[in-house]
Design a protein around this ligand. Structure first.
Ligand SMILES: Cc1cc2nc3c(=O)[nH]c(=O)nc-3n(C[C@H](O)[C@H](O)[C@H](O)COP(=O)(O)OP(=O)(O)OC[C@H]3O[C@@H](n4cnc5c(N)ncnc54)[C@H](O)[C@@H]3O)c2cc1C
Length: 415
């Protein structure tokens, strides 16, 4: 390999995506990850209590997530993803028991909104024009202030906003939801097919990436927490790792793909988001038939999305700062009736595990949006990556992977 050395710090999806793009671009890549495994906020592990592999949290992709699918294809992991194979979103109102399925039509012409069987019950075709308000919202406007409140809001747009922004709509930025909607729902059903890992996040998004990096000649160093960057003049000159200092020679470069608080510690004067929202996941040892979709969206329950997984059933509760300090047992007990309703289960609560991700994503508010830096750091040989950088998207897999590619492209073009 003849390219220059590039040091990627952080082995979440942003770092993995940057490392792959750089290795594919002919650079000599070394990736330093603090933890014992790569993946960051996309982690899987064997849970002894449940007797199966669980993810730190359920992750859903939509087919319109172009960078994410390019990454999945690059690492050869398309077959590890499952889902209904078409735009198909089953919902249950946990209060009334009413069920419906939203089924956007393929192609950009949204004829599904004229079909009662496909659109949200209680809505009219004209209601869907309100989506355009996201596009033309004034800067800083919140989702709740822009969208009219009615059946479409309560039964589709509010749950979509909470899932995509991980922030309550009263505080969540309309423009960030608008970016998601523009790349998915507005593109038609072909961009709205839900996909999720059949077995685990690690098997779909992390392990195949490590294999691909290995095959491309990159070096991955786990358990290597970078404690400091020595900055001389306008460049990074040294990286402090537990294995000793790594010199960054003239012409070599660094991609910093760590969480915002770590990046702000490592780079003096860097502006980065400071407020976060939690996501709670509750895994139950239970077998459920996920039917066609493999998941159900809940309205008016404690659980928001319930997934049928191998050997367990798993609940997601987003924008969960309001609940994160509650005892795990009471969170599990509150979610179990929703799981039973979603998948037709009954009986006492089985073995469970609550995973609290306190800093699941930055809070998608106007104030935090202003703190997101661009990929160029101001230092000549340092670029930034991470879902919290200024991707124009909320904190998502698509944003993380896109940010890694952007950081890599900046360095490749500068080379
Ligand atoms: C529970 C949960 C559910 C989610 N659901 C969805 C979803 O359904 N769809 C979706 O699109 N997105 C979802 N997300 C968001 C998605 O997981 C993140 O946007 C994405 O994983 C962020 O990747 P990243 O690489 O930017 O950051 P991270 O994953 O945080 O990666 C940063 C990495 O840097 C490492 N690191 C930290 N400090 C150092 C150091 N000093 N030296 C070296 N390495 C260091 C960390 O260990 C970590 O591996 C969810 C997130 C959570 C937590």
């Amino acid at each position: 390999m003849t390219g220059r050395a590039v040091h990627v710090v952080g082995g979440g999806l942003a770092g993995l995506s940057a490392a792959l793009a750089l290795a594919d671009g002919g650079q000599r890549v070394t990736l330093y990850e603090a933890g014992p495994q790569a993946g960051g906020r996309c982690r899987s592990y064997f849970d002894r209590e449940l007797g199966c592999v669980v993810d730190n949290g359920n992750h859903l992709l939509l087919s319109g997530n172009r960078a994410a699918f390019a990454y999945v294809d690059r690492i050869g992991a398309r077959e590890t993803l499952g889902g209904p194979g078409e735009p198909f979103f089953p919902f249950l109102d946990a209060r009334s028991g009413e069920r419906w399925t939203v089924r956007p039509s393929g192609g950009r012409l949204p004829w599904w909104i004229f079909s009662r069987a496909r659109r949200v019950p209680g809505t009219r075709p004209l209601d869907y024009l309100s989506l355009l308000r996201l596009r033309f919202s004034r800067s800083g406007a919140t989702v709740a202030s822009v969208l009219p409140h009615g059946a479409l809001y309560e039964r589709l747009l509010e749950p979509l906003a909470i899932a995509a922004l991980n922030t309550r709509p009263e505080a969540g930025l309309a423009s960030l939801l608008g970016a998601v909607v523009r790349e998915t729902l507005m593109q038609g059903g072909d961009a709205c097919v839900p996909w999720f890992p059949r077995a685990s996040l690690a098997a779909s998004l992390v392990d195949p990436a490590l294999d691909a990096l290995n095959a491309a000649g990159a070096t991955v160093r786990l358990g290597q927490r970078v404690a400091a960057l020595r900055i001389t003049g306008n460049r990074v000159a040294e990286i402090a790792t537990p294995a000793g200092p790594i010199q960054v020679a003239q012409g070599e470069a660094v991609v910093l793909a760590v969480p915002p608080s770590v990046a702000a510690d490592l780079v003096p004067g860097l502006r980065a988001p400071t407020a976060f929202e939690a996501i709670l996941n509750v895994h139950f040892r239970a077998e459920a038939d996920g039917a066609r979709a493999g998941f159900v969206g809940l309205i008016g329950g404690v659980a928001e999305w319930v997934f049928a997984k191998p050997g367990h059933v798993s609940v997601t509760i987003s924008a969960a700062n309001r609940m994160v300090d509650q005892p795990a047992e009471s969170i599990a007990a509150a979610a179990w009736p929703d799981v039973c309703a979603a998948f037709g289960l009954s009986g006492p609560m089985p073995a469970w595990r609550v995973v609290k991700e306190k800093r699941a994503t930055f809070a998608a508010t106007a104030e935090q949006e202003r703190l997101r830096p661009a990929a160029g750091s101001g230092l000549v040989n340092l670029t930034l990556a991470g879902d919290w950088t200024a991707t124009g998207l909320p904190g998502t897999i698509e944003g993380a992977i896109r940010s890694g590619r952007t950081a890599a492209e900046l360095l490749l073009h500068a080379a």
